[in-house]
Write a protein that binds this ligand. Structure first.
Ligand code: NAD
Length: 418
């Protein structure tokens, strides 16, 4: 099947094959579990501010329909392709199943650099993209959310376009909306907060005291920034952070309160007073207790995995570690990996809470959201750690096995359709 050909899809497929071997999934069941159930590719004509028309290309992929509607983010990035979106949808499936959510995985995206569009152009692009995929989404069908390059405003435009089409407000069609439109308290912070919670559990497991620990964060968007601020609240010293333009480093630790103000006014950590510049490559190799890749896929590779100097690798991004890097990390055995499907699951868990609140029109306090989030993450963490120890397998293989097995069981019980 070459429709999804892409290095990130090859990576997700390779991970699946290893899990399938581990679980002893018969050959005849494998393709049904691995490949997306359905995918839609659309072209999106947009009237630009200068009067010209430009066509963008967008995708929505639904990985499986066996456990309920599908769920997953929308990415705006120049490198978005059908294969990348398909890989991300597969990971969403295993993540939702691992955390016990009643969803299959999905993902969507548009090949565009959102920083190069005006707010008006972004709105027209988002509304037209939503229109093109409108029959493919819905609160009982497929529920988008924010991902790289999209945010609460993007979700508000999607929700409004869908609602105008339906003739009534349909808040449950997307999650990650502004709170005043039916969004959930704690959704924007959920992924980073969850990462920090799980890092705390990993530190407990290894006997590392937060007050003496250091961390490095690659990517300073929604997930990376909230992770850094939440870790700092636990007492962890943040040595370096970065965005697409490069990184900043202070061996004594960055003042995260001042950094937050700087980023709010400058839009980037770069240039933060009292820090020195560092490249994204060098940042990954800094000596620290916790390394948090929170940007894009395939950052930890066969080339740099041997050079990491962290004790915990907390995969806030989706797919940051290639299978070649995994082999090296497995051989090294000195790095505790919190795999992506577990580490960043806080986002989809609170998206699920938002959807439930929207369907019931009954809204929860932020404390309720956070308590329920941590309870689900705790259960998943303990289950994965136990499987990993009992089976003498990596944390990734353990986490993926729990997710894949649940989907496989659902498919076996339901039959061939979903
Ligand atoms: P975002 O767009 O808010 O931030 C992305 C950040 O990464 C930005 O700071 C950007 O400058 C930086 N970046 C981009 N390319 C980079 C590069 N080559 N090197 C270093 N930094 C780079 O996106 P986000 O929502 O924070 O998502 C980050 C990661 O977390 C993605 O892998 C996403 O799939 C994953 N994730 C997000 C959520 C969520 O709720 N938003 C949930 C689960 C997983």
């Amino acid at each position: 099947m070459d429709l999804y050909e892409h290095p990130t899809f090859a990576m997700a497929a390779r991970q699946f094959d290893l899990v399938a071997d581990h679980l002893g999934i018969p050959e005849q069941d494998r393709d049904r579990l691995k490949y997306p159930k359905r995918a839609l590719a659309v072209s999106i004509p947009v009237r630009m501010d200068d009067g010209a028309t430009r066509v963008f290309f967008g995708y929505r992929v639904q990985h499986h329909l066996s456990l309920g509607p599908t769920k997953g983010g929308i990415r705006y990035h120049p490198d978005v392709t059908l294969g990348e979106v398909a890989a991300l949808s597969m990971w969403m499936s295993w993540k939702c199943a691992l955390t016990g959510l009643p969803y299959g995985g999905a993902k969507g995206g548009v090949a565009v650099d959102p920083r190069k569009l005006s707010p008006g152009e972004l709105e027209r692009l988002t509304r037209r993209f939503t229109q093109e995929i409108i029959s493919f989404i819905g609160p009982q069908v497929d529920i988008p959310a924010p991902d790289v390059g999209t945010n609460e405003q993007t979700m508000a435009w999607m929700m409004d376009t869908y609602s105008v089409h339906a003739g009534v407000s349909v808040p449950g069609v997307v999650t990650g909306k502004p709170v005043h439109l039916g969004g959930s308290l704690g959704r924007r912070e959920a992924t980073g907060r969850g990462v920090a919670y799980l890092v705390g559990r990993a530190m407990d497991t290894l006997g590392i005291a937060a007050q003496e620990a250091t961390a490095v964060v690659q990517g300073f968007g929604n997930v990376g920034s909230v992770t850094a601020y939440s870790l700092a609240q636990q007492g962890v010293r943040i040595l370096a952070v970065s965005d697409v333009g490069g990184g900043i480093y202070n061996p004594e630790g960055l003042d995260t309160r001042a950094l937050e103000k700087w980023v709010t006014s400058h839009g980037t950590p770069i240039g933060f007073p009292g820090s020195q510049p560092i490249s994204n490559d060098d940042l990954l190799r800094l000596k620290c207790d916790v390394l948090v890749p929170a940007a894009l896929e395939r950052q930890i590779t066969g080339e740099n995995a041997g050079l990491l100097q962290c004790r915990i690798l907390a995969e806030a991004a989706n797919g940051p570690t290639t299978p070649a890097a995994d082999e090296i990390l497995d051989r090294r055995g000195d790095i505790f990996v919190i795999p992506d499907v577990l580490c960043n699951a806080g986002g989809v868990v609170v998206s699920y809470f938002e959807w439930v609140q929207d369907l019931q029109s009954f809204f929860w306090s932020e404390q309720e959201v956070v308590d329920k989030l941590f309870r689900i993450l705790e259960g998943a963490f303990v289950q994965v750690l136990q499987q990993s120890r009992r089976g003498q397998i990596s944390m990734r293989l353990a986490a993926l096995s729990v997710g894949v097995k649940r989907v496989w069981d659902a498919k076996k019980s339901r039959g061939l359709f979903p």
